[in-house]
Every structure is written in structure tokens, then in C-alpha cells.
Design a protein around this ligand. Sequence first.
Ligand code: CNA
Length: 250
Amino acid sequence: MSRQKYDQLMDLILKSTNIVALTGAGLSTSAGIPDFRSPKGIYADPSIDGERVFDINVFQNDPTIFGRFFTKLSPQVSQAKPTKGHYMLKKLEDMKKLTCIITQNIDGLHTLAGNQNVLEVHGHLREFVCINSVHHRIDSTKIKIEDVEKGIICPECGGYMKPDIIFFGEHVKDLEKVLTEIQKADLLLIMGTSLSVYPVSGLPSYCKDGTKIVIINQTSTTLDKEASLIINEDIDIVAEKMGFVSNIAY
Ligand code: CNA
């Protein structure tokens, strides 16, 4: 990657006062959590039925398909630590440049890195919630992972419980706040997402006129034509080359 692209990125950052980051699974691959669509991603695993695993209607009838997937994913997430890419965003917040992170990730690593204003639009794994009522919740630490495969039963109503993440067919979280934040952005920093999941893929269209869009992603995305700058590179390398993570010990 030419140095010129990093200089362009720094220039855009320095000229901005309200950066909003829109992040996806690519930010956490170097932490050992696979993404969906890369060659080694979750959808490439033949033991996982990618079409049905996050389908809420399937889950209601048979929680074991998701349960088998979760049993694999959960240890990967609980052992993961924030990456250089996460710390780059923490640094931008400390510099009073970054005002919000809108993430599709469910791994909680932005918060672990110390960022304050994180909107987890696809939810998180910290709690299990009943499919019948959002008020029936259990702290995930109280759930034995080996029980998830056969289905966790809600102690209040007997329905199935799932982690508080969004399945296909459910509404994303915090949409109003997300739109407010994105409309304030003067720079939208898109990192580690193929932008192929709706409605997040449509969020950049809510930016006000003149908002710059930067994409840092290993492969092309559906929004490349709209971007002021595209860096097709490993996010951790970008974070290092930009000098944002020099003080982090790994
Ligand atoms: P995706 O469609 O798998 O896209 C990920 C993108 O990241 C791909 O375009 C990759 O090329 C790119 N990428 C992977 N590693 C790197 C890297 N090191 N540096 C730069 N780019 C990289 O995943 P999306 O996030 O776009 O899709 C949204 C889904 C994925 C959401 O529903 C998430 O909940 C879901 N997901 C989340 C996690 C997590 O929380 N860590 C893991 C897997 C899936």
C-alpha cells in the first residue's frame, strides 16, 4: 500500500471534528474470531448452515442449529482481546476526533478497548433474552455453554432464550440513535465490513452532503464507488502504519 494513502487518511482525520466509525467482523479476525464472508469465515465452515443459523423462525422451532454454532463461537469470543484496529479507534476518541462507533459486531471488543459511545446494532453476548419477552433476561455468565446446544429455557415463561443478538428477521437496535450520530458525521470511517447486511449497508446514505467516506477493508465493498478513500489492507497494518498503536504491547 502506498504511503500516499496513509497521508491522505491522516489529512482527512486531521480535518475532521466528528468521525463516526462503522465497523464489522473484519476488525476482530486478528483476535481469532472468524468473520462471515472471508475464505476462512463462518459461512465457509461446512458444519454451519449459514442460511438457517440466524433465522429467527428456525430458532423458534429448533434452537439446536444455532446452539451448535454458538458452542463453537462462544469460546472464541470470550478469549478474544481487542486488536490494533480497536485501539486505533480508542486513540481517535482520545484525540477528540471520533464521536461514535456503530458496530455490527457482537463481540464487545470496542467497549473492552475503552471506547465510550458504542452502538451495537446487532446486539451482544452479555445476556440471554427470551424470544417471547425482552424483559426476561439472564446474565450470560450464569449460563452453561454445554446447555445452549439443546436450548436454554426461560425460567419465567418456558420459551427459548438466545443471546441478545439480532437474527435475520429482527429489528436492529438503537436505530434512532444511529441515524442521529451518522447525520452528524463529517467523516464516516468504514472498517472490516463487506457492507452486505441490510439495513447497516444502507446507513451511509443517511450522511449529510459533504461527509467524506473512508473504507478500510481487505476486499471490495458495495460502497466503494462512493468513497473518498479506499484502503484495501489489513486493519492492524493500517493502525500500525498510521502510528496509532505504537504504545500498545502485544
Ligand atoms: P463479513 O460480511 O464477513 O465482512 C467482513 C469483511 O472484513 C470482509 O469484506 C473481509 O474482507 C474484511 N476483513 C476480514 N479481516 C480483515 C482484516 N484483518 N483487515 C481488513 N479487512 C478484513 O462481515 P460483516 O461484519 O460485514 O457482516 C455483518 C455481520 C457479521 C453481522 O451480523 C455480525 O454480527 C456478524 N459477525 C460478527 C462477528 C464479531 O462480532 N466479531 C464475527 C462474525 C460475524
